[in-house]
Design a protein around this ligand. Structure first.
Ligand code: IVH
Length: 681
């Protein structure tokens, strides 16, 4: 090979590597790809071909290294030059206040800022970069000695194989957490199950199992991700570019070098701010794309960190504020069968009270007979109960080693426990259903409870107990009967004073002014939740159009599949449902569309509107519902066809795009004004 050719070739290699790293960073770290996947694949294959022709020119930071291939017989031990510490845990606001007071004393009341970060639920990793090149990655191990998992870490797409820019130190250890995002975990488990292989109990176990694969090709196929939260050893060659003096600046610097940093990191001023941060993240926990088990607070200023110091193996300048455990152990006392709104029979576990996920739990769902059989749960067992976020508590599994001799298997009854009609399992459904329909008081009660609930007609003061009492007393038989209740009737009920009765009748009256979305949702059509109700209203705009739609048209509505389409058609085909709807409308239930009759008379007739960012005054679905009632079509993406973008707080890419396209933009206040102008009640 002549030297000139060689130089050209080297340049080609370098250019390809650079371009691929750039695009992979845009895709995996910034979530903002610039070129289509197929173009990326083309470039990638070009580099692969070149490397197979000239293997001596392949480098360790080549993007082709990410596909794995090395098979090890075991992991080498790595001694951490700076030990990897752990964190002290706190579980209450008081403990956080005390943490802050301890720091305050040690800093002689000097002002200090804190950095609040999610506590990621994965595995700690230390990655060594020498001259910008990722040379070693090791697990935490016992904090002093870990395992060398470099080959596997190189397959994680969001981790740069070479740092960006030029200002990085000669040697730097970057520390963070490797985790498996929820979506990847779900997919992995589905694929494992389909292949008849073992599934993982949770994303953390899946991440750990993947990182400890001896075959890096397997690790490469696993959807691992990583966020950096600190640094270890730093060796500078020149004194002209010292490391930053604050933790928050270090994280920003790491980000500039192309390393992934959690977007939820925030600098705060006091322990009060820490608690607000904790509450906010706890509320959003289940919506985050990855699992976290708490938050971490760290002093921002490194000099102050040093002053405050350590207690044995944990820093005094940081603390983990843990979320309440989501799993606990208790005894399964009995299994009852509940009848749902659509007749579904659900076995419910009656449990010895246990504190889990921040509340005391006495009931948990067992879903259906197949689930009970699969989990092999028996009455009398000690069981693991899980309550994650607002999700209904569930029985995860029995603790077999604690099973008593008299533990009893559960068998689903053949008849409805309430109306004694036959219970059937149709069309391979997992659930048995009571065939009693509207004759089953349990189904009627559930339908009325659903109708009155917050997300449906939102009838203030009409709680579950009251509905049950009213149905039992035969004061009401269906949802439309609610609107002919009188103060006299209601106040005659047990534990119901005159004032509460007046309030209830008033609340029923107020609920009559609603939106089409709420109305459809409140009807309780099987599998038509809030999102489907919204999609139906957005598509058809008018109730009669929805009522008369056939299943084959309904499947054109976004998110409506053949089963839901069939459910909707069947619901509206039943005479008693048509009757109830007529009676509801006669009693005065209304939304703007009903008053205006013609869509072109509506103020936003045929306007395509996109909602983005977060709203503070109004629930997003309600805002959409109001817009639909005013004649708008609500869309989820911005395009040339968009007429108006309503941008709440923290609006991102959609706002940018709308600005670029010169689309009219309105803030939340503007939207509320619009609603007020068009006050129809
Ligand atoms: S800082 C000196 N920050 O929690 C402080 N750790 O018990 C060292 N973790 O093993 C850790 N998210 O794996 C820190 N934002 C975060 C974290 C975090 C998760 C893990 C880490 C460590 C354990 C501490």
């Amino acid at each position: 090979m002549n030297p000139k050719h060689d130089k050209q070739l080297l340049a080609q290699f370098q250019q390809l590597r650079k371009v691929l790293s750039y695009h992979s960073q845009r895709y995996y770290v910034l979530d903002d790809p610039e070129i289509p996947d197929i173009e990326y694949d083309k470039l990638f294959r070009q580099l692969e071909t070149l490397e197979s022709q000239y293997p001596e020119l392949a480098t360790l930071d080549s993007p082709t290294q990410r596909v794995g291939g090395q098979v090890l017989t075991g992991f080498q031990q790595v001694t951490h030059q700076l030990p990897m510490l752990s964190l002290s845990n706190a579980f209450s606001t008081d403990e956080i206040k005390e943490f802050s007071q301890r720091i305050d004393e040690r800093l002689s009341h000097e002002h200090f800022k804190l950095v609040a970060e999610p506590k990621l639920d994965g595995l700690a990793i230390s990655m060594r970069y020498e001259d910008g090149l990722l040379t070693q990655a090791a697990t935490r191990g016992d904090g002093t000695t870990g395992e060398d998992v470099t080959f596997n870490v190189r397959t994680i797409q969001s981790i740069p194989l070479h740092l960006s820019g030029t200002s990085y130190p000669k040697i730097i250890e970057v520390r963070g957490e490797i985790f498996m995002p929820r979506s990847g975990f779900k997919q992995l488990n589905q694929a494992q199950a389909a292949r008849g292989e073992k599934t993982f109990a949770n994303p953390r176990n899946a991440a750990a199992g993947s990182l400890r694969q001896l075959d890096s090709k397997i690790a490469a196929s696993r959807p691992l991700d990583m966020f950096c939260y600190g640094i270890g050893i730093v060796v500078q060659e020149h004194a002209d570019n010292p490391m930053k003096t604050h933790h928050s600046d270090i994280l920003n610097q790491l980000k500039q070098w192309g390393l992934p940093i959690c977007p939820e990191v925030k600098t705060v001023n006091s322990w009060h701010d820490c608690i607000n941060y904790y509450d906010d993240i706890l509320e959003r926990r289940s919506k985050l794309p990855y699992e976290i088990d708490g938050v971490v607070y760290k002093i921002d200023n490194l000099t102050q960190q040093q002053k405050v110091g350590f207690i044995s193996r944990a820093p005094r300048w940081a603390i983990a504020h843990k979320f309440p455990a989501e799993e606990a152990m208790t005894r399964l006392l009995n299994i009852d069968v509940q009848v749902g709104r659509t007749g579904a029979l659900t076995p419910v576990a009656r449990l010895e009270a246990v504190f889990v996920g921040g509340v005391t739990v006495t009931n948990a769902t067992l879903h259906n007979q197949d689930e009970i059989d699969r989990k092999d749960v028996r009455i009398g067992d000690t069981v693991i109960v899980r309550r994650a976020g607002d999700v209904i508590p569930e029985v995860v599994k029995p603790v077999l080693s604690e099973r008593p001799d008299n533990a009893q298997a559960f068998i689903m009854p053949t008849h409805c426990p309430i109306c004694h009609s036959l219970a059937e399992r149709v069309n391979d459904e997992a659930k048995s259903r009571c065939t009693g329909g509207i004759f089953c008081p349990a189904q009627r009660k559930e339908a009325i409870k659903h109708f009155a609930s917050r997300k449906a007609m939102d009838i203030d003061g009409l709680g579950n107990k009251l509905v049950e009492q009213m149905v039992d007393a035969e004061m009401i038989h269906n949802i439309s009967d609610l609107f002919s209740l009188t103060i006299k009737q209601v106040s005659a009920m047990e534990r119901m004073g005159e004032k509460s009765a007046v309030n209830l009748i008033q609340a029923i009256d107020v609920s009559k002014s609603t939106t089409l979305v709420r109305f459809i949702y409140s009807l309780g059509i099987r599998e038509v939740g809030e999102a489907t109700a919204l999609a139906l209203a957005n598509f058809y705009r008018f109730l009669p159009a929805i009522q008369s739609a056939k299943a084959e048209e309904l499947i054109d509505v976004p998110d409506v599949g053949p089963i839901v389409a069939h459910n909707i058609e069947t619901f509206f085909a039943q005479e008693h449902n048509v009757e109830v709807i007529r009676s509801l409308l006669d009693s005065g239930i209304h939304w703007p569309e009903i008053i205006k009759k013609e869509v072109h008379q509506l103020p936003l007739a045929d306007k395509v509107i996109v909602l983005t960012g977060s709203l503070s005054e109004m629930n997003r679905n309600d805002a959409k519902a109001r817009l639909i009632d005013m004649g708008a079509k609500v869309s989820s993406s911005v395009s040339k066809k968009t007429d108006l973008l309503i941008a709440g707080e923290k609006a991102g890419s959609k706002l940018k795009k709308a600005e670029q396209l010169g689309i009219e933009i309105m803030d939340e206040a503007g939207m509320l004004q619009l609603f007020n102008q068009y006050n129809v009640s």
